[in-house]
Design a protein around this ligand. Structure first.
Ligand code: G6P
Length: 367
């Protein structure tokens, strides 16, 4: 097993470090001569034009990819998107028909609730496209189209490289549909593709600064609660950051849309409460700064995550982790990296069983 871990202490860290390659392997074959080429799917431009709605269904980390996907699809395609956790989707009598594109996201391709949602969508006449990591899995087999994430086997229960490659596939798909539907100028498309192709090296660069996160973790790993706040795609990334932390470190954590703070959770902020503020979205940076000031005024310790051009955040926070700039809908691919590292180091300092957290399974095949 030591050999399989390739010199890392845990599979989780190995897989965190595999992300630049996994994302590159997922993207590169699908970009050719300045265009997105999805040979693997059969959807034609005519069929794409028919869709009036997109539904996305998944569980856990894959669901958090779905939350990012909603922002990306709606911004780029102006098609309404609904995202559900699979276990809720089936019991809300969803409105589905042949004009609905159903996107299923699953690392294993075997999650029972997700598979049941797929079958329900097929019964309702939806076209089903799945984003799956395990080749030949049940979800892949039963879908009309599959876009594989080329992450390779993910061993750690806490998902990292599957999340990153699922995001990459979502961006590819959004850009593909957008190109097919004539939503972009050639200039816009080229800029998005350039941003996408840059993600692997940007992730790689951030991983080189892992000690900054390790240092922050060493100061706060004894915390009993943590709050992650963000807006828009930063909110989506907060959901994943909070899940990573609670899965492997057993620390109670919550992710909140920053604007909702004053509708409840701000009552929990007191001297020393740890708040991790994701403030990478330039359009909402000033709003996030106000939220940071609100929690600081109540004694919170704040770790800020911001793009490298927003140095002013340092004046309001106890520590900042800067990330490179990219297209706004792609920001979670970068902001999640320090969050994965943070969860890892906190769990490691607490002596937790990182790769096999208590009560959790890699693949949940019962409802
Ligand atoms: C389990 C795993 C999670 C995963 C979720 C969905 O809960 O522990 O890491 O996100 O299932 O799994 P899937 O294979 O469908 O992506």
């Amino acid at each position: 097993e030591a050999a399989e871990k390739g010199g890392f202490e845990h599979f989780m860290m190995k897989e965190i470090f595999e992300q630049p390659k996994a994302v590159r392997d997922t993207i590169t074959p699908r970009i050719r001569n300045g265009h997105i080429v999805l040979d693997d799917i059969t959807l034609t431009a005519e069929e794409l034009r028919r869709f009036t709605k997109i539904n996305i269904v998944a569980c856990g980390t894959a669901y958090h990819v779905g939350v990012v996907a909603k922002y990306a699809f709606e911004e780029l395609l102006r098609i309404p998107v609904e995202v559900d956790v699979a276990s809720e989707f089936r019991y809300r009598d969803p409105i589905l028909n042949e004009n609905t594109l159903m996107i299923i996201i699953s690392q294993s391709g075997e999650t029972a609730d997700t598979l049941a949602a797929l079958r329900e969508a097929k019964r309702a006449g939806c076209r089903v496209l799945s984003v799956v990591n395990v080749v030949g899995s049940t979800i892949a087999t039963e879908s009309d189209d599959v876009l594989y994430t080329w992450a390779g086997p993910e061993i750690s229960v806490a998902s990292t490289k599957a999340y990153s490659t699922q995001l990459a596939v979502i961006y590819l798909l959004a850009l593909y549909i957008g190109e097919q539907l004539g939503k972009f100028t050639q200039e816009q498309l080229s800029a998005y593709i350039a941003a996408l192709e840059k993600l692997p090296e940007q992730i790689d660069e951030m991983l080189k600064h892992k000690e900054n996160i390790q240092f922050f973790a060493s100061k706060y790993f004894n915390a009993s609660d943590m709050y992650f706040i963000g807006r828009n795609v930063d909110y989506a990334a907060s959901l994943e950051a909070s899940l990573k932390l609670k899965e492997i470190s057993y620390i109670h954590s919550e992710a909140y849309a920053a604007g909702e703070l004053k509708h409840g959770p701000i009552s929990l902020i007191e001297d020393g409460t740890l708040v991790i503020a994701l403030a990478t979205d330039a359009r909402l940076f000033d709003k996030m700064m106000s939220n940071i000031k609100e929690v600081k005024a109540r004694g919170a310790v704040v770790l800020g995550v911001a793009t490298e051009d927003k140095k002013e955040i340092a004046g309001q926070t106890d520590m900042v982790f800067y990330i490179p700039k990219t297209a706004s809908f792609m920001l979670p691919s970068l902001s999640v990296i320090p969050m994965q590292l943070f969860a890892y180091y906190v769990a490691s300092m607490k002596g937790c069983d990182i790769d096999k957290p208590r009560n959790l399974a890699k693949s949940v095949t019962v409802e």
